[in-house]
Design a protein around this ligand. Structure first.
Ligand SMILES: [Zn+2]
Length: 301
């Protein structure tokens, strides 16, 4: 008797077709903006396309029974596997549920969906937007050129707004932050109480928010500098100023640096480490939070 081999020849599955359609849509949208040279729109389009493809991927896995809950941890896994991140440094979150429909929102491109810290968040997002426009207009992609150009044009100075640490540290538990700093310094030196006291003093200081461009990741990173560092930047004296606070990927980070006996927190940490952290995150596919932590930055918000 002749046996007819039964081949699995069902053609494309729905999920595969969805992926193909999504990829074509991304290519078309990106090529249109690239040809017209609009960097800012390109980033927004890439961000939207990334969120759409994440959504398709998650929805098709849900339909085929591979996942049944969508937590931020699950989303994080898909972001890692698909390498789908916001090119403007926003962070993604889930709104809704698998059962009743969901969206992936971007902290940068969807406005502020995450609530809280509205004031300092809009200061940094305005700064990022201004710097991206400047880069676009002058075709710049090197940090020293971007910083130089930013401070040579008085029209941009208004984006370097005054910021107070109190707004940022509002709702931050200084005790656990002090503990984390001590732990990251291998528990050396003074006690948690003295670090906490140092943080209290730091919290009452005033700073300016200025831009740094991470060439390793293509991200604009706003950070806080003292008035005197700001004056130096304005004179073109330094393009890698020290700071203890910066804003990356929709989150605020604080540096663990302390004085030699770990009793007083330091404000003299070089921002170049942020570039290394973001480069490492990209190369080794680490989360931004993990890579930043390796380079001594603690996520505080
Ligand atoms: Zn985005």
């Amino acid at each position: 008797m002749k046996r007819v081999a039964k081949k699995n020849n069902a053609g494309f599955t729905l999920a595969e077709l969805l992926v193909v359609v999504a990829i074509i849509a991304i290519l078309v949208a990106v090529s249109i903006v690239i040809f017209t040279g609009r960097l800012k729109e390109t980033r927004a389009t890439v961000c939207e396309a990334n969120r759409n493809s994440l959504k398709h991927h998650i929805a098709s896995d849900y339909m085929s029974g591979e996942i049944d809950v969508l937590t931020s941890g699950v989303l994080e896994e898909y972001i890692k596997v698909d390498e789908a991140v916001c090119p403007s440094g926003g962070s993604y979150s889930v709104v809704g549920s698998l059962e009743n429909g969901f969206q992936i929102e971007c902290s940068y491109h969807n406005g502020d969906g995450s609530g809280g810290d509205e004031g300092s968040r809009s200061v940094v997002t305005n700064l990022i937007e201004a710097v991206e426009n400047l880069m676009d207009k002058k075709k710049l992609d090197k940090n020293y050129k971007i910083v130089k150009s930013f401070f040579e044009n008085p029209e941009y100075w208004k984006y370097a707004e005054d910021v107070s640490m109190i707004d940022l540290f509002n709702n931050v538990d200084l005790n656990s932050l002090a503990k984390k700093i001590k732990e990251m310094n291998s528990n050396k030196g003074g006690d948690v109480e003295s670090l906490k006291k140092s943080l209290e003093e730091y919290k009452n200081k005033k700073y300016k928010v200025v831009p740094y461009y991470s060439e390793g990741s293509g991200t604009v990173v706003p950070y806080y500098v003292s008035e005197s560092s700001y004056e130096k930047l304005k004179k073109g004296e330094n393009d890698h100023v020290e700071s203890s606070v910066c804003y990356v990927d929709g989150h605020w980070y604080f540096n663990k640096e302390t004085n030699y006996n770990a009793t007083v927190i330091s404000t003299t940490y070089k921002m170049t480490s942020v570039n290394d952290a973001l480069k490492k995150a990209k190369e080794k596919k680490l989360t931004t939070k993990d890579a930043m932590e390796e380079y001594g930055w603690i996520q505080i918000k």
